[in-house]
Ligand binder design. Structure first.
Ligand code: EPZ
Length: 422
C-alpha cells in the first residue's frame, strides 16, 4: 500500500489547477442511465471513485469511454442490460446508491445493495427510499438489497425532505425527470453539485425549475436524450488547497476555482487572518500575518461544508487562541483528531464539538486516517509540521484528490509518494 512522505515547514507558492468536482461527476455519470445517450461529460477528474462508478455503469450494460486530452472526457451510453448494483461495488463506494433513482425511473425496477455504515457515520438511505415510495415505487429490503419496482412510470408527487440530504435530492431529482406529471421537492439540498446535475438534466431534455434553491419543481417528460456537459470545478479540492496555502503561510493561485462556491470557508479563512481574493481565472489565497482561532459549525450548503471540517481543524491547530469546530452533518467525523494530537495538536472532543487550542508548532509523525477528508487534513498538518510525516493508507486520498503530491510539490512542498508497503 502506498504512503506519502512530507517534510514540513516550506511555505507554498505557485499555482494549482483545480480539477472537476468528484461529487458532481458521480451523480452526472449515474444520470447516463436515464437516456440512450451518448452523455458526454467534460472535465471529469481522474480518481478512484470515478473508476468505481464507471465499472458499476458497465455492469448495468453501459458503454463508458474515456476520451480527449488526459482522458478527461467521458462518453456514456448504451442499453441497460442489468438493473442490479451488487454489494461488491456498492460497499467500495456509497455514491453507488445514486443509480437507484435513474434505474427505477428508466426501467421500472432496480436492485441495489444497501450501502451499510461507514467511517464517518451510519449514513442510512431512508430519505431516498421514502421519496421513491412517494413517487409511486414499491420498495422492499431483502437480504441486504433494496428492491424497488414500479408498474409503468413513476408518478409526480409533493415531497418534503426531512433533512436536506445531498444524495436523496439527487436520486429523487433524477427519478422525477421521467415521472408522469409534476414533482416538487421541498427542503432540497442546494449544493452546487446538485445545480450542476440539474443543469445537465435540462440539457438532456428534463424540465427542472428552481435550480440553486431549496424547492425544485420537475415537470416529468417521457424520455431524455444525450447531451454534452462540462463539470464544475471541485470546491472541496479548492478549499483544501486554500487551507494548505494558509497553514504554510504561503501564497497560492487556485486556477479555475469559484469563490461563490466556497463563500462560507472564505469568510472563516478571512476571520482567521487569511486573504482570499477572487481573480479573473480563479482565487488567490495568501497568509502573511498570524493565524487566529475561529469557531465554525458545519451545515448544509451554503453553510460551512462538512467536507472541509477536518482540513480547517488542521489549520486551527496552529492558530493563536482557541477554536470550536462543531460537526452537525455526520455523527462520527472526528477520526482525524487523535492523529492530529499525535502530531502535537491540542484538541478535545465533546460530543459534536471539538475544542482546538492552537499550538506554536506541530511535529511530524507517522499517521493514518479512515476517510478521505481526514487523510488530507493530516497532509496539511504535515506541510506545516517540523520534521517528517508519513501518511499511510493513501488510497483514501486517491478517491478524491487527483495527483495531490504533484500539485503540492509544484508549489514547493517537499512531498513524495512511497510505493508499496514501505
Ligand atoms: C454527500 O454525501 C457527499 N458525497 C459527501 O462527500 C458529503 O460529505 C455529504 O454529501 C454532505 O455534504 C457525494 O456527493 C458523493 P447526505 P451524501 O445524504 O449524499 C443523513 C466526500 O468526502 N441521511 O447529505 O451521502 C446522513 O446519514 C463525501 O467527498 C439520512 O439520515 O450526504 C448524514 O448524517 C463524504 N438519511 C446526513 O444525512 C438519508 O436517507 C447528510 O447526508 C440520507 C442522509
Amino acid at each position: 500500500m502506498d504512503s506519502i512522505r512530507i517534510r514540513g515547514g516550506r511555505p507554498l507558492a505557485g499555482e494549482i489547477p483545480i480539477s472537476g468536482a468528484k461529487n458532481a461527476a458521480l451523480p452526472l455519470m449515474a444520470a447516463a442511465l436515464l437516456c440512450q445517450g451518448p452523455l458526454i461529460l467534460e472535465n471529469v477528474p481522474r480518481l478512484a471513485d470515478i473508476r468505481t462508478m464507471a465499472s458499476l455503469l458497465a455492469q448495468h450494460g453501459l458503454n463508458v469511454e474515456r476520451q480527449g486530452p488526459e482522458g478527461r472526457r467521458l462518453v456514456l451510453g448504451g442499453r441497460i442490460t442489468s438493473t442490479e448494483a451488487p454489494y461488491d461495488i456498492v460497499r467500495k463506494m456509497r455514491a453507488s446508491v445514486l443509480v437507484l433513482g435513474p434505474l427505477l425511473a428508466r426501467t421500472g425496477e432496480a436492485r441495489v445493495s444497501l450501502p451499510g455504515g461507514c467511517a464517518i457515520g451510519t449514513r442510512p438511505v431512508d430519505i431516498h427510499l421514502k421519496g421513491l415510495q412517494e413517487l409511486g415505487a414499491e420498495v422492499r429490503l431483502e437480504q441486504g438489497y433494496i428492491h424497488a419496482r414500479v408498474a409503468g412510470r413513476l408518478r409526480g408527487a409533493q415531497i418534503v425532505l426531512p433533512f436536506a440530504s445531498v444524495g436523496a435530492t439527487e436520486n429523487l431529482l433524477m427519478a422525477a425527470t421521467l415521472a408522469e406529471g409534476r414533482t416538487e421537492i421541498a427542503n432540497a439540498a442546494r449544493e452546487p453539485e446538485i445545480g450542476d446535475l440539474a443543469t445537465c438534466l435540462n440539457r438532456m431534455g428534463a424540465r427542472i425549475e428552481g435550480i440553486g434553491t431549496d424547492r425544485l419543481v420537475i415537470e416529468g417528460v417521457r424520455e431524455l436524450s444525450g447531451a454534452r456537459h462540462a463539470i464544475i470545478p471541485d470546491r472541496i479540492e479548492a478549499g483544501t488547497y486554500a487551507c494548505a496555502a494558509a497553514i504554510t503561510g504561503g501564497e497560492v493561485r487556485l486556477r479555475g476555482a469559484r469563490l461563490e462556491h466556497i463563500a462560507a470557508l472564505a469568510r472563516a479563512l478571512g476571520d482567521a487572518g487569511v486573504e482570499v481574493m477572487e481573480e479573473a481565472e480563479g482565487i488567490l489565497v495568501r497568509r502573511a500575518g498570524k493565524l487566529k482561532g475561529v469557531d465554525v459549525m458545519t451545515e448544509p450548503y451554503p453553510g460551512f461544508p462538512t467536507d472541509m471540517q477536518a482540513q480547517f481543524m488542521a489549520l486551527m491547530s496552529v492558530a493563536e487562541g482557541a477554536a470550536m469546530v462543531t460537526e452537525t452533518i455526520f455523527e462520527n467525523r472526528f477520526m482525524h483528531v487523535p492523529e492530529l494530537n499525535r502530531m502535537g495538536a491540542r484538541i478535545n472532543v465533546h460530543r459534536a464539538s471539538a475544542i482546538v487550542r492552537g499550538v506554536k508548532q506541530l511535529c511530524g509523525a507517522p499517521v493514518m486516517a479512515t476517510d478521505l477528508r481526514a487523510s488530507v487534513s493530516l497532509v496539511l498538518a504535515g506541510l506545516a509540521a517540523k520534521g517528517e510525516t508519513i501518511v499511510h493508507r493513501v488510497y483514501h486520498l486517491d478517491r478524491g484528490y487527483e495527483v495531490l503530491e504533484q500539485k503540492l510539490a509544484a508549489c514547493g512542498a517537499d512531498i513524495e509518494r512511497i510505493s508499496g508497503s514501505a
